[in-house]
Design a protein around this ligand. Structure first.
Ligand SMILES: [Zn+2]
Length: 283
């Protein structure tokens, strides 16, 4: 208790000392790191995302949403809004009130398997990542799939190396816009999910776009740009990662095809829409 109060005081002091860098937003439970936390709005983060999105041809409303969902950081684990929303949505789907309960479930039920396509995963507790039934991966195109690169499993969503019907849940956080062949990726996710299993994911969705727009495609192993290249920020690659498409308001229909039934949780700040988490069940 004393330690927690000391940490909160330290955060409050930093907020007071650097008011031009961040501001207090809320004090709430963080599902990513499983503790009550101070959530801060970062002006540096706002400037960084504004810079990245400045060259995008998307409208200002969408750019404002991107800035919001990439901000509101947990002071302890640095999870931004969309990451915490994704983690909350997984817990809600499982009827769990904390990620501690998810940890207990994974530890005690070795037949329950979760796969997340990011090494810097939505549940930031190192305890979860050490469990053999919480699998994480990244995509490295210079190494064989299924191998480990610097301790991280290498997987390509378009040709996963896992056996059929392995996972109860597959999680992506802003990944599907970066795979070149979305049909293949969704088929592979369906293949590795158990019947009744869930694909839980977030995407940057531009609701002003009536239809999802392809920006690039791969032809004979070479990327062909249909629109000007747009790079999104990436936790591993400094140069960012290419967006193959902009998802539009047909996203539910897009994600529901191929034997999935897809629904949506919406997340708001001050009654204003910020992001959605989609969850598609393998029927
Ligand atoms: Zn946190």
């Amino acid at each position: 208790m004393v330690t927690a109060l000391t940490k909160i005081s330290a955060v409050a002091l930093r907020l007071l000392l650097k008011p031009d860098h961040w501001k207090y937003s809320s004090y709430e439970y963080c599902p990513s790191c499983n503790r009550k936390s101070i959530i801060v709005y970062s002006y540096d983060g706002q400037r960084h995302i504004s810079e990245i999105t400045s060259t995008w041809e998307s409208g200002s409303d969408f750019k404002k949403l991107v800035i919001k969902r990439e901000n509101y950081f947990c002071h302890y684990c640095n999870a931004n809004y969309r990451i915490r929303a994704n983690a909350e949505s997984v817990l809600r789907l499982l009827g769990m009130t904390s990620s501690g309960i998810l940890f207990d479930k994974l530890r005690d039920d070795t037949g329950f398997h979760v796969y997340e396509t990011a090494a810097y995963n939505i549940f930031r507790s190192t305890r979860i990542k050490k469990l053999p039934n919480y699998t994480v991966s990244e995509f490295f195109d210079n190494s064989d799939y299924g191998n480990y690169v610097n301790g991280i499993r290498n997987e390509n969503l378009e040709c996963l190396t896992f056996p059929d019907r392995t996972f109860d849940i597959v999680i992506n956080c802003d990944v599907l816009e970066h795979v070149s062949d979305l049909n293949k990726a969704l088929s592979e996710i369906k293949r590795v999910l158990k019947p009744g299993g869930f694909h839980v994911f977030t995407l940057p969705v531009d609701h002003k776009l009536p239809k999802t727009r392809e920006r690039a495609k791969v032809v004979n192993g070479t990327i062909e740009h249909l629109l000007g290249p747009v790079m999104h920020g990436d936790s591993i690659r400094r140069q960012g990662v290419l967006a193959f498409r902009d998802f539009g308001s047909d996203v539910l229909q897009y994600a529901s095809r191929d034997g999935f039934e897809c629904r949506e949780h919406t997340y708001l700040i001050d009654n204003q829409y910020v992001t959605s988490v989609y969850y598609a069940q393998k029927m």
